[in-house]
Design a binder for this molecule. Structure first.
Ligand code: HEM
Length: 196
């Protein structure tokens, strides 16, 4: 009970992160049973892209909303945030693995939107491996610097989704508002209001 009380934040993140694996495995099964080139297989591949891509961008948006959330409400939990970061990377990697499986690795370099997504995935690799207490202690100030590349990753991901003409505006608005809240003058105003 004590463990759950202490760790409920990242336990919730873990459960939410794992749940979409259920529809994902159903779709995977459909492709394996019917074949990748069948109509059912192609529809299922489309769903696999949809599920993995949507969860990748949702988690990425959520991670980058942590700091503005702290500025507005004073609530922050670094370990929950790290769990959210790991979830973002895992869903992005899954999305890319599905692509490699369905279309092949070299297909990545045929469209600007895929290249943008690919660079975002590359950025997520070091972020994934350093999203833990040990790396944080070891890297000290460099850790924050490295983690700030997450901003570049979300800009590239949003570019990828926008070029594909999929839903991106809601994420762009949330991330954009977050950036505004971080501007020192705006941030200080909120901090004064909150601590009054
Ligand atoms: C090498 C990297 C990537 C490749 C090759 C790739 C490829 C694709 C493909 C083929 C689609 C489906 C397009 C369609 O249905 O017409 C897609 C959709 C999508 N991707 Fe990626 N992607 C990559 C990285 C990312 C990253 C890093 C994110 C976000 C963090 C992302 C988020 C999305 C989203 C949200 C969709 C739309 C899903 C939907 O609503 O149907 N992708 N991607």
């Amino acid at each position: 009970m004590k463990f759950i009380k202490k760790n409920y934040g990242w336990l919730i993140v873990t459960i939410l992160a794992i749940l979409p694996l259920i529809p994902l495995s159903n779709m995977l099964n459909t492709v394996l049973v019917n074949g990748i080139t069948s109509t059912e297989g192609e529809n299922a591949i489309g769903m696999l892209y949809h599920i993995s891509g949507e969860f990748a961008i949702r988690w990425m948006t959520a991670v980058l909303t942590c700091t503005p959330f702290f500025i507005l409400f004073g609530v922050n939990n670094l370990f929950v945030r790290q769990a959210m970061g790991i979830t973002t990377a895992v869903w992005s990697f899954l999305h890319f693995i599905i692509f490699i499986w369905a279309d092949g690795f070299l297909e990545t370099f045929t469209q600007v939107n895929y290249v943008a997504g690919f660079i975002a995935v590359l950025i997520l690799i070091p972020l994934f491996f350093t999203s833990n207490r040990k790396s944080m202690k070891k890297m000290k100030m460099n850790w924050k610097k490295l983690q700030s590349y997450a901003y570049l990753a979300i800009i590239l991901s949003l570019l990828h989704i926008a070029i594909l003409e999929k839903t991106y505006l809601i994420y762009a608005i949330i991330v954009g508002l977050g950036f505004i809240i971080r501007i020192p003058i705006v941030k200080n105003r909120f901090l004064i209001i909150r601590t009054k």
